[in-house]
Design a protein around this ligand. Structure first.
Ligand SMILES: [Zn+2]
Length: 186
């Protein structure tokens, strides 16, 4: 049995409820932050009038430890346009931190660890067993393709979301997952 550390965010009861059967999609993210503690701080921030904030359901640290911040049966705010039907999984990774929108710093260099990818694959197996209609997977970058003015040069644009980015081993994660990758760009 997979070990999942249950650490619900303070506002989970304020997130909309849904049946497990409503989940059809898992969205892969990276935190674009230095560590899990910082990701937790961001997740706890209240951003909406409802009293809720933005976070994934699951966080996977570099050592492969898995944390659940939001139950599968609550709608978390992690991806524009796809929240009601999806589960968000965040991998701890610096991404573009701290120069997310700097036009000269758009290369993500930190590799995902083998422990993270093994934990992710095990988590996907468990989610597939628990969520009867879960058949699709996407990267955040595949679904949110908006571009924003660069922080160093407003005349240039950079992707608002680039996670999980080119370091993410899609072939390895998809193999045997039973999930089909979808992409809003096609
Ligand atoms: Zn994301």
């Amino acid at each position: 049995m997979l070990t999942i550390h249950d650490q619900p965010l303070p506002y989970v009861a304020k997130l909309p409820d849904r049946p497990a059967s409503a989940v059809t999609l898992v969205v892969i993210h990276c935190t674009e932050l230095p560590d899990l503690a910082t990701a937790r701080e961001y997740g706890e921030r209240v951003l909406y009038e409802s009293g809720a904030g933005a976070s994934g359901h699951y966080y996977i640290d570099r050592d492969g430890s898995i944390y659940r911040y939001v139950p599968d049966t609550r709608v978390a705010n992690h991806v524009r346009g796809y929240n009601p039907q999806s589960i968000g999984i965040e991998l701890v990774n610096r991404g573009r931190y701290p120069n997310w929108y700097d036009s000269h710093r758009q290369t993500m260099t930190e590799p995902y660890t083998a422990a993270q990818i093994a934990a992710l694959r095990a988590l996907l197996v468990q989610l597939r067993a628990e969520l009867p209609n879960l058949h699709q997977i996407a990267g955040h970058e595949d679904l949110d393709t908006a571009r924003v003015p660069a922080s160093d040069d407003p005349g240039r644009e950079v992707p608002r979301k680039l996670d999980p980015g080119p370091q993410f081993p899609w072939a390895e994660v998809l193999a045997g997952s039973g999930l089909q990758r979808i992409d809003a760009r096609h």
